[in-house]
Design a protein around this ligand. Structure first.
Ligand SMILES: [Zn+2]
Length: 85
């Protein structure tokens, strides 16, 4: 399951999200980045109480779950497949 950045649909893009994070560096504490594919997204357990960050990050990004060793599920699966070959 991989999602492309939402380009050209009139909605927000990853680039907007990066601009937002530059402007509000404190919001990065609610972000995850996969060490494998470098994709970023908000932490799924981000509490709704973080207010403006919560709404902005949900608008700009998809949730990013890091399953193990800083890797997302996709990368972890890919890694396991390589090991099984
Ligand atoms: Zn990944």
């Amino acid at each position: 399951m991989s999602r492309e950045p939402r380009h050209g649909s009139g909605s927000w893009t990853i680039r907007d999200g990066n601009e937002y994070l530059k402007e509000y560096p404190r919001a990065t504490r609610w972000m995850n980045q996969c060490l494998g594919c470098q994709r970023i997204g908000y932490k799924p357990d981000m509490p709704i109480g973080v207010g403006k960050y919560f709404h902005a990050l949900r608008k700009y990004f998809d949730p990013m779950t890091l399953v193990e060793n800083g890797l997302c599920e996709d990368c972890l699966q890919a890694m396991h497949q390589v090991q099984e070959d």
